[in-house]
Design a protein around this ligand. Structure first.
Ligand code: HPA
Length: 294
């Protein structure tokens, strides 16, 4: 029998469990690492060995992906001999999903046994030192919808996942960030690899010039429309988190110019630089395993 939805349309513990059990019954992989791929960055899923793939449409309770560049597949397998589950295509607030739906897969990953979550996204560069194709390790975030009272943890708290008032000040794992910077140096990424602050906005429109100037003054280095809700839910249930932004465009900060952000440009830039980010993640996973962090 289908578990009933909780009050307010939220998922119940039983629904997360039903999805996790459904998946565990259909694959022998037991992932310790979960990866969420951003726009145009789903190629990481193609690096997975011995893949067992599910379309989101067949997985009980799973939301459906509606954006071009987001495929809607869950891939189990191994990356650098680490058992993992990779989301090729994520959910966004701008698709009309409430954040408890956007973050549904994260709690399923937790129930599958994953201990670490890696998130990737395409983002606009606000830091003047960032160029298109650069990669930013996320050191911290600004949750703009959260500041306005929209948070995936709003509503009744289920202590089986985590505490009512979780800390978020250490969300992006320090050890993994240090390891990633070392891996980036080893791979010769030099000053195309940065560490900075990511800000999420609701979207779907790109930012106005005044908004970009505002965000820059707040200390934001890269801006996007995803990632933070998943990170909050992951930290709530105790996953170790690590994230990258690929700079796919430079934010527009001056009036009178002709350039403006568009999705085709974002996808093109991510396709061009995707291999670099995918390589960085797969070498990082190798090092994580060697260091006993995966
Ligand atoms: N703004 C918001 N989201 C984005 C951008 C941007 O400039 N580029 C890629 N995702």
């Amino acid at each position: 029998m289908e578990p009933a939805a909780a009050e307010g349309g939220r998922y119940t513990y039983e629904q997360y469990k039903q999805t996790a059990d459904w998946l565990l019954a259909r694959t022998e992989h037991r992932p310790s690492l979960a990866i969420i791929c951003g726009s145009g960055l789903g190629g990481l899923a193609d690096l997975v060995k011995d893949p067992v793939t599910f379309n989101y449409t067949e997985i009980p309770n799973f939301p459906q992906s509606t954006v071009v560049g987001h495929a809607g597949k869950l891939v189990f397998g191994t990356l650098a001999a680490v058992p993992c589950v990779v989301m090729k295509g994520r959910f966004h607030m701008y698709e009309g999903y409430p954040l408890w739906k956007v973050t549904f897969p994260v709690r399923v990953f937790h129930l599958l046994g994953a201990k670490t979550l890696i998130v990737t996204n395409a983002a606009g560069g606000l830091n003047p030192d960032y160029e298109v194709g650069d990669v930013m390790l996320i050191r911290d975030h600004i949750n703009m919808p959260g500041l306005a009272g929209i948070n995936p943890l709003m509503g009744p708290n289920d202590e089986r996942f985590g505490p009512r008032f979780p800390a978020i000040s250490d969300a992006y794992d320090e050890q993994l960030r240090a390891l990633a910077l070392a891996v980036g140096r080893e791979l010769g990424y030099g000053d195309t690899l940065h560490e900075g602050v990511y800000c999420t906005l609701g979207g779907p429109n790109y930012e106005s010039i005044a908004e970009c100037r505002f965000l820059q003054r707040l200390g934001v280095d890269a801006v996007g429309m995803s990632t933070v809700p998943e990170v909050i839910v992951a930290r709530h249930c105790g996953l170790r988190v690590f994230g990258f932004s690929l700079v796919t465009n430079k934010a527009v900060l001056e009036y009178g110019g002709r350039e403006k952000a568009n999705h085709a440009e974002v996808l093109e830039a991510s396709q061009q630089a995707a291999r670099k980010l995918e390589h960085l993640v797969s070498v990082l996973v190798e090092h994580m395993k060697a260091a006993g962090l995966a």
